[in-house]
Design a protein around this ligand. Structure first.
Ligand SMILES: NC(=O)c1ccc[n+]([C@@H]2O[C@H](COP(=O)([O-])OP(=O)(O)OC[C@H]3O[C@@H](n4cnc5c(N)ncnc54)[C@H](OP(=O)(O)O)[C@@H]3O)[C@@H](O)[C@H]2O)c1
Length: 257
């Protein structure tokens, strides 16, 4: 089966391409550096010719409010039109748990717009909502850092390994379309402030984590359950400590002095 992976050179996309290939599928990594640009439409028709499934795990190069909205709206419109023309029978996209609950975030408003376009299209689809990737945790800490302090809200937090997300995306992509949303999260749930306090201390990171009910997460104040699945979810198997022990590529203490 031919599967086109939009953003197939990225963090999740490259894992998805590898996994699909290991299962005997023809997985095409589509991205600007392989000649496919969803914003301009360049290379899209050729890439999608003969494809049964499209998986969109692309991301916007800019997270500035206007730019990210332009990216997800224009790319998704182009992609949906090209997929319909090519006769694609399953359109899969990766989004973020809590997207619809955090409208103060420009990034998540853009992801919500992407989802709406997919839901309103005529194509059979599956939407996968994932919690924060382990690989993104260093960036979350850095984004919340001021001087030597990291402000975090005491809300529920349940990050997941990128590998586990990729496995779920592949399983869903080769099955029948859900025409619905499915949540994916990590195996452990804790509070965001406690999680960061523990991992920074474990890595001898000098930053102090301050619990702040009003600490913003990419522009949004958080409530108790903003970042975790509200109902049933598929849980990844990888625990953060095991992943971190194996991964030296993404140290949390990346930008402190
Ligand atoms: N970070 C998290 O914790 C998290 C949690 C839940 C869901 N997600 C979602 O997961 C998805 C994948 O994230 P990621 O971290 O794997 O992304 P990533 O590593 O930043 O990769 C982004 C991919 O998109 C491609 N791309 C950029 N502009 C493009 C364009 N105009 N046309 C086609 N492809 C383009 C990039 O190609 P080039 O390399 O050629 O630029 C790259 O392959 C995102 O949609 C994100 O919203 C993220």
């Amino acid at each position: 089966m031919k599967v086109v992976v939009i953003g197939g050179t990225g963090l999740i996309g490259s894992k998805v391409v590898t996994t699909l290939g290991e299962h005997g599928h023809e997985a095409l990594a589509a991205a600007p550096n392989t000649g496919v640009n969803t914003l301009t439409g360049e290379g899209l028709a050729d890439a999608l010719a003969g494809a049964a499934v499209v998986i969109d795990v692309s991301n916007s190069p800019s997270w500035e409010d206007t730019a990210v909205m332009e990216f997800f709206e224009t790319s998704t419109r182009n992609l949906l039109a090209a997929a319909a023309t090519a006769g694609v029978s399953h359109y899969v996209a990766l989004s973020v748990v809590g997207t619809e609950r955090l409208p103060d975030s420009g990034y998540l408003r853009a992801k919500a717009a992407q989802e709406q376009l997919i839901e309103n299209s005529s194509l059979p689809f599956s939407l996968v909502h994932a919690t924060q990737f382990f690989e993104f945790i260093a960036g979350i800490a850095d984004g919340a850092t001021q001087g030597n302090t990291v402000r975090m809200a005491p809300v529920l937090f349940q990050p997941v390994a990128g590998d586990d997300v990729a496995q779920v995306v592949c399983r869903i992509a080769v099955a029948a379309p859900l025409n619905a949303l499915v949540d994916v999260a990590g195996p452990e749930r804790s509070r965001m402030d406690e999680f960061f306090r523990k991992i920074l201390a474990a890595q001898d990171d000098p930053r102090e984590v301050i619990t702040d009910q009003h600490a913003r997460y990419f522009g949004s104040e958080l409530s108790e359950r903003s970042l975790v699945p509200l109902g049933e979810a598929i849980l990844g198997e990888t625990r953060y400590a095991d992943w971190h022990g194996r991964s030296r590529a993404y140290p949390v203490a990346s930008s402190t002095t």
